[in-house]
Ligand binder design. Structure first.
Ligand code: HEC
Length: 129
């Protein structure tokens, strides 16, 4: 379903079309999910998957530690297959750059994109605890 947007973005429209057409990407959300969630999944795959794991977005960025002395990679973000998140927690993390503000860049997505990513993560995180 297409609705007129206050600030149409050609780039995002292209991405959304690709996601709906299923052009070989690995995003795996329900076909019945609202467009906001579909878009959130695509945004997560594009902007967050380097550092976070979340199966529904095909994201594998969280690296498992190789042993007790392995401090992990600096960009190693929490694995969202194993950790549930609320919409508010994701909004906070996006606006502030994670909880520590040290590693994750703030405002990787802004405006409505922020809400779309938060809705997607809140729905799909924590499904493999
Ligand atoms: C450069 C790597 C990097 C990118 C890109 C990144 N993150 Fe993070 N993120 C981290 C790290 C590392 C942490 C843990 C440290 C912290 O909270 O500051 C984190 C923490 C979080 C948390 C808090 C999780 C918790 O329960 O403690 C959320 C939510 C989150 N990220 C969501 C996102 C979303 C959504 C995106 C994309 C818009 C994103 N991150 C992009 C590295 C990244």
């Amino acid at each position: 379903m297409r609705r007129p947007r206050a600030l149409p973005s050609l780039a995002l429209a292209g991405l959304a079309t690709a996601a709906f057409a299923g052009c070989g990407d690995t995003i795996d959300v329900a076909r019945t999910d609202p467009p906001q969630i579909q878009r959130g999944a695509q945004l997560f795959a594009d902007r967050c998957s380097g550092c976070h794991t979340l199966d529904a977005a095909g994201a594998r960025g969280s690296k498992p530690l190789r042993g007790p002395t392995d401090a992990g990679e600096r960009t190693n973000g929490p694995n969202f297959d194993q950790r549930s998140e609320t919409v508010d927690a994701v909004l906070y993390a996006i606006r502030n750059g994670g909880y520590s503000g040290a590693i994750m860049p703030a405002n990787i997505v802004v405006g409505r994109d922020t809400e779309a990513v938060a809705a997607f993560v809140a729905k799909y995180a924590g499904r493999k605890k």
